[in-house]
Design a protein around this ligand. Structure first.
Ligand code: SAH
Ligand code: SF4
Ligand code: F3S
Length: 464
């Protein structure tokens, strides 16, 4: 009987990737994925520390797990509880004290040591804690064979951050910025392509700071890496996230111009439109720098759609500062975006700043910003009506026969399609546009003429 492994993932895509790697790491030990924590032999919470709410969710989940663990014990079973990710890293011992239910606590750079830690915890050798930033790279100790769950996959190429934005915990929880060697990235990408992956999203906390050692030891930038990845047969869609405006260089812009595989969508967080706030955030760019980068990117790829992250209510943010953010959104035009109320995080410089913004002011600013962003998103989606595009359908919808996918511009698209098109790139026409999704009908040339892999029909490049 395989042992049941339940993993719950919070936070960013890097955590989604790490969870997949942990599952691959534990498979040889006999752990098979389970859909619920009930009856699981091992539960992993892969946690996020970015905002207070994210971190607090973990403790309420641990409360529920305590009950399940006691039930398991009463029936003579052992259920191990592991906490991984950024809360584990940030809280360490403190979490072991606060939550006796936790057996194993492992940070984001040490999870390749999980098998050993689990073995010790199973032998009742006491609770295990490892929040090292080990000198060895975890990537060298993870199984080489990836088991992608579908046609789209994540690939971590860079980790950590040296930017130290004054509000952010990531430099502390993920450690110093480091890039994987080019050969390791290409090997993992080839392996994923061979396993049927057609869309690859490169991940890093600061992915465009990538400077991995090339075959001759000299560093490659992200633009050069994208060129090499685009040459791998089967990988027809490339994305990368998350980028920092400071690290957008000419070669990366050229990659957007030259490589059809690089999708015309970029998540490029700006956080604020006020130079005063950007300075206090230690973002190291002004609003005008962002404008210039966007302009150059759009010159290179006229149909490029942009996404961003915003923080409202950063300490000292005035009405005029907030207005500058609204102005930046107005003149940029975003296809989608995430916006958050500033959350003071322990140990970050901004948490000690005077003039914290009252909660009701943050609420009002968030509502105003989100209303504007939603209007822009709806306008962007409406402009897709009647267009033809290739959509990768990799999820099932709520209704019978409905499949869900992503457009080149990251819009969620639903269509009623035959089941055999699940996991395929299908040429569609957009027939409906909503705030958060598009409806489409397939444009199949002739059903029997479908090629076994690849795009069902080549998408014409839409006008900007
Ligand atoms: N590596 C990514 C950021 C990861 S965090 C990057 O540099 O863009 C994702 C987003 O969470 C950030 O872009 C920011 O908008 C938001 N965020 C980070 N710390 C925050 C905090 N203390 N309060 C509110 N939002 C925060
Ligand atoms: Fe955090 Fe700033 Fe680094 Fe992004 S660039 S991870 S916001 S410190
Ligand atoms: Fe959260 Fe850590 Fe990602 S704090 S956003 S899980 S890097």
């Amino acid at each position: 009987m395989p042992k049941q492994l339940y993993i719950k993932t919070y936070g960013c895509q890097m955590n989604v990737y790490d969870s997949a790697r942990m599952a691959e790491l534990l498979a040889p030990l006999g752990y098979a994925p389970a859909a619920t924590p009930e009856g699981a032999d091992m539960v992993i919470l892969n946690t996020c520390h970015i905002r207070e709410k994210a971190a607090e969710k973990v403790y309420s989940e641990l409360g529920r797990l305590r009950v399940l663990k006691e039930e398991a014990k009463a029936t003579g079973r052992q259920m191990l509880v592991t906490v991984a990710g950024c809360v584990a890293q940030a809280e360490g011992q403190e979490m072991l004290r606060r939550a006796p239910v936790v057996d194993v606590l492992v940070g984001p750079q040490a999870y390749h040591r999980l098998p050993e830690m689990i073995a010790r915890a199973t032998r009742e050798a006491g609770r295990q804690l490892d929040t090292d930033f080990p000198p060895e790279s975890k990537f060298d100790h993870l199984p080489a064979a990836r088991r992608p769950g579908g046609p789209a996959a994540f690939l971590a190429i860079q980790e950590g951050c040296d930017k130290f934005c004054s509000f952010c915990v990531v430099p502390y929880t993920r450690g110093a910025e480091s890039s994987r060697p080019v050969a390791a990235v290409l090997a993992e990408a080839r392996q994923l392509a061979a396993a049927g992956v057609v869309e690859l999203t490169l991940l890093g906390q600061n992915v465009n700071a990538f400077h991995g050692a090339g075959p001759d030891g000299a560093p490659w930038g992200l633009g050069r890496l994208l060129r090499a990845l685009a040459a791998i047969p089967g990988l027809v869609r490339l994305r990368y996230t998350t980028s920092h405006p400071r690290d957008v260089d000419e070669d990366l812009i050229a990659a957007h111009r030259d490589l059809p595989a690089v999708m015309p969508f970029l998540h490029l967080p700006v956080q604020s439109g006020s130079d005063r706030v950007l300075e206090a955030m230690n973002r190291r760019h002004a609003a005008a720098d962002y404008d210039r980068i966007v302009e150059r990117l759009r010159q290179a790829r006229p149909d490029l759609a942009l996404s961003s992250d915003f923080i409202v209510g950063f300490p000292g943010e005035s009405d005029a500062d907030f207005q500058a953010t609204l102005d930046l959104v107005e003149r940029t035009g975003f296809a989608q975006a995430y916006s958050f109320k500033y959350s003071a995080r322990p140990g970050t410089p901004a948490s000690a700043l005077p003039r914290q913004v009252p909660e009701e002011v943050k609420d009002a600013r968030l509502a105003a910003l989100q209303a504007l962003l939603q209007r822009q998103q709806l306008a962007f989606n409406r402009a897709s009506l009647g267009r033809r595009m290739a959509v990768l359908f990799d999820r099932r919808g709520k209704h019978a026969g409905q499949l869900l996918g992503r457009s080149p511009w990251m819009q969620s698209v639903h269509a009623t399609l035959p089941e055999r098109l699940f996991g395929r790139l299908v040429e569609v026409e957009i027939t409906g546009a909503h705030a958060a999704s598009l409806a489409a009908r397939p444009l199949l040339v002739a059903e029997e003429a479908l090629p076994p892999t690849g795009v069902v029909r080549e998408s014409p490049r839409p006008q900007a």
